[in-house]
Ligand binder design. Structure first.
Ligand SMILES: [Fe+2]
Ligand SMILES: [Fe+2]
Length: 188
């Protein structure tokens, strides 16, 4: 990680994602660094994971499908950029940027679904992605504030929200999201 130049990384990300996605990404970086400082996680790791989390969000569906096949990812990622972009971004972080820290790679890989046994860093990036200051849905500001005192509670809220909004649309809820919900609830 020490060999990565932060400014260079920032420049590459800015050049490769849409302006709107970049503003969101900066929001995630800012909130995740604040949360990392609050909870004693590594702010630098939080920043890198956040910077790269949506790096593959704005590629075309055909490019996404091609990469899913090239890397031998599960069929469920075909025609599903919502899920695929997290996995592809983690692969890219490793292959294109030489990031090897498993915690950073997992924080990128599970930022859309969550998972059972999420690390502190994974929770921070998951929550920051959903509550960064550019998010304007009605609960966003409250969640952003609550995240500094009850990170797990905010994770549960987000996971429940993901589950119910997918169900409302008649879509399948990813196993990792269901497992994550069970994981958090078993801790209560
Ligand atoms: Fe994302
Ligand atoms: Fe995001």
């Amino acid at each position: 990680m020490h060999c990565i130049d932060k400014d260079e990384l920032l420049r590459i990300v800015q050049q490769n994602i849409s302006p709107k996605r970049f503003v969101h990404t900066m929001g995630v970086c800012k909130l995740s660094v604040e949360l990392a400082k609050c909870y004693g996680s590594d702010p630098q790791k939080a920043w890198i994971a956040s910077l790269l989390h949506d790096f593959k969000k704005t590629i075309s569906i055909s490019e996404s499908n091609e990469l899913v096949k090239r890397y031998g990812l599960d069929e469920k990622y075909i025609d599903n950029q919502n899920l695929a972009h997290s996995k592809l971004a983690a692969i890219s972080a490793n292959e294109d940027f030489g990031i090897e820290d498993p915690d950073i790679l997992n924080a990128i890989s599970y930022h859309t679904t969550g998972r059972a046994g999420m690390s502190l860093l994974e929770k921070i990036v998951f929550v920051a992605d959903t509550c960064e200051e550019g998010r304007t849905y009605k609960e966003a500001a409250k969640l952003r504030k609550d995240a500094f005192r009850d990170l797990d509670g905010v994770c549960i809220f987000i996971l429940e929200y993901i589950k119910s909004s997918l169900e409302d649309k008649g879509k399948k809820v990813d196993e990792d999201t269901l497992d994550a919900l069970e994981f958090f609830k078993s801790k209560l």
